[in-house]
Design a protein around this ligand. Structure first.
Ligand code: TXA
Ligand code: MG
Length: 307
């Protein structure tokens, strides 16, 4: 049985007992477990069917808590000061004595850290008092959940409960940034636009070239069941169509006013909804700047040949 809670207390109790609880963040729902508990962390991989070479993000309240786990340089502190709490994940060297379950970082010498902004996530972390390992709360390679209902659809019976905080306001996973020496590397586009990070650092980010390990960036990911055609100016016969802005009227529209933040917030819920039509899916072109960069990244993965 998987419970749905709106109170923090039972969720915090379950986490402290080493059980798994999905909770809302501003990006997507996370599948949380105590990051210091080996069995809880192993359970996360098991519940998701996630390959154990794909490391997890640790959720912490703030930079102080993060610095107890990871080794921060000045540019990383600068990004944390500007964008935390919020949809930014920083990959740092892992403090050997931090006590983090080795499986959380998949045995890597680095760790991904983020301070989420969602008030329920923050209250939960405060009540638990431990870092929470939390990948997106979906079965591996499926579309990320932006409501408690999505979590239940994918993980019912496999986790103790879901803390229900309604729909996630950003709707796309966090931006992941690592450093290769001094050079900032964009490991995954996400809820903080790359342009804003580059402006904060005073230099462009390098595209991920496989140099830094980001095993989660497998090509087929975020996948609905139906085939997907991108950059479709209009639907062909038999296709279900997802529009953007003033594109031709379709079954759904990510943002009739052409607002990228609204489109990001709607993306995963609409991919799930359109997938129910059992027709091939066609999606309108999305401008490739700001949050559009992350939206297009997720759409390319959703459309990639399935592995
Ligand atoms: O918004 C988010 O980031 C959500 C919410 C729940 O916080 N979480 C999320 O987690 O998207 P997940 O597991 O779906 O994606 C984590 C990504 C993976 O692509 C993984 O490879 C990468 O983070 N990652 C984790 N640790 C890493 C590390 N040490 N080095 C490089 N990449 C890492
Ligand atoms: Mg995920």
């Amino acid at each position: 049985m998987t419970r749905i809670w709106t109170d923090i207390d039972p969720a915090a109790e379950a986490l402290l007992a080493g059980r798994l609880v999905a909770f809302p963040t501003e990006t997507v729902y996370g599948l949380g477990g105590d990051a210091l508990n080996d069995r809880a962390v192993a359970g996360i991989y098991e519940a998701k069917g996630r390959p154990t070479f794909n490391p997890l993000i640790l959720h912490v309240p703030d930079l102080d808590a993060a610095e107890r786990i990871g080794v921060f340089t000045e540019p990383m502190r600068h990004l944390a000061a500007l964008f935390w709490p919020g949809p930014l994940t920083l990959v740092t060297p892992l403090h050997a004595e931090a006590g983090v379950a080795p499986l959380a970082s998949a045995g890597l010498a680095t760790i991904a850290l983020r301070a989420p902004a969602h008030s329920l996530a923050r209250d939960l972390m405060q009540a638990v008092g431990r870092p929470l390992a939390a990948p997106s709360a979906n079965p591996s390679s499926k579309v990320s959940p932006t409501t408690a209902g999505h979590v239940m659809d994918g993980l019912f019976g496999r986790i103790a409960g879901v803390l229900d905080g309604g729909p996630c306001p950003v709707g796309l996973e966090s931006t992941i940034v690592g450093f290769d020496g001094e050079t900032p590397v964009l490991l995954r586009p996400g809820g903080v636009a790359e342009e804003n990070l580059a402006a904060a650092l005073g230099r462009p980010l390098t595209a991920h070239d496989g140099g830094i390990n980001a095993p989660g960036q497998m090509t087929s990911h975020y996948a609905p069941d139906a085939p997907i055609r991108l950059n479709a100016e209009a639907p062909s016969a038999g296709e279900a169509y997802v529009g953007f802005g003033s594109s031709p009227k379709g079954d759904l529209n990510l943002s009739p006013s052409g607002d990228l933040a609204e489109a990001a917030a709607n993306l995963f819920a609409m991919l799930r909804e359109i997938d129910q039509s059992s027709r091939p899916i066609a999606i309108a072109p999305i401008p490739d700047h700001g949050l559009g960069h992350a939206i297009n990244d997720r759409l390319r993965r959703a459309a990639a040949p399935r592995t």
